[in-house]
Design a binder for this molecule. Structure first.
Ligand SMILES: C[S@@+](CC[C@H](N)C(=O)[O-])C[C@H]1O[C@@H](n2cnc3c(N)ncnc32)[C@H](O)[C@@H]1O
Length: 232
């Protein structure tokens, strides 16, 4: 891993638990087929999937998704120890018990060492980040792609899946998203909706990723999948 961006650490913001609960069903409906496709494309020797979730919040989404996809192995993470403990509590209180969710890891996206520790057993097959990019300085997304480009972090045929609110072709896609952007910028001028076409896709391309899926989600959100392009 090539650089340390600890200079861009910033005050963290939580989303309301209600938002995670509203989003988890629609997100599962996209994640299920996505992981099944990834699994199906794998040779027999690599038939288990490890999914690293960044910025897991309280862990409600990962608990829900993992409960419905018991054959895949989920690794939640958060930017501070208290949040990791909270994720572990949510996972532990899920019934029936979840055998396929690992203990939450401390992972600050700007810290290469955190990634190294989180992925030291072997590279993961997918990295998820839901409701993060618009609630963080742009440098955080730059660090994210820089890290997942490393084959020791994300396998060569792996995917990075981002869910949230975005602009497209330089425009807000709804009045709701315009208002949301203003609220975010009011909280922190470095936050706000990013543009898929002029910001996200070029950044991903610079790090060897292509946008392979764009799915419209409820409430003006998008689910975007970037796949790592294998070198010839
Ligand atoms: C709006 S919440 C989203 C939580 C969850 N993914 C969801 O969709 O409900 C944003 C999360 O990003 C985490 N976060 C913010 N900056 C981060 C960073 N630099 N590294 C890792 N996590 C970060 C925060 O701690 C917070 O839990």
């Amino acid at each position: 891993m090539s650089s340390n961006h600890s200079g861009v650490l910033y005050p963290l913001r939580k989303s309301a638990a209600g938002s995670a609960d509203r989003n988890k069903g629609p997100i599962l409906s996209v994640v299920g087929p996505l992981l099944d496709d990834l699994y199906g494309s794998r040779p027999l020797s690599r038939k288990n999937l490890r999914i690293l979730e960044l910025a897991s919040g309280e862990g409600r989404q990962v608990a829900h998704i993992a409960s419905k996809l018991p054959t895949y192995d989920f690794h939640p993470s958060e930017a501070d120890e208290a949040s990791c403990a909270q994720i572990d509590d949510v996972v532990a209180s899920t019934t029936p018990p979840l055998a396929n969710v690992q203990k939450a890891k401390l992972l600050r996206i700007e810290e290469p060492d955190d990634w190294r520790i989180a992925t030291r057993q072997r590279p993961v097959d997918a990295v998820f980040a839901f409701n993060l990019v618009h609630i963080a300085p742009w440098e955080v997304t730059q660090c994210l792609f820089e890290m997942v480009a490393n084959p020791e972090v994300l396998a060569d045929d792996g995917i990075a899946a981002l869910y949230g609110a975005w602009n497209e072709r330089g425009q807000f896609t709804s009045d709701g998203n315009r208002e949301f952007d203003a609220v975010l910028k009011g909280r922190d001028a470095r936050f706000g909706l990013r543009d898929v076409d002029s910001e996200l896709v070029p950044l991903a391309k610079k790090h060897g990723f292509l946008l392979t899926q764009r799915t419209e989600m409820p409430a003006g959100n998008l689910f975007l999948v970037f796949r790592k392009q294998q070198l010839p």
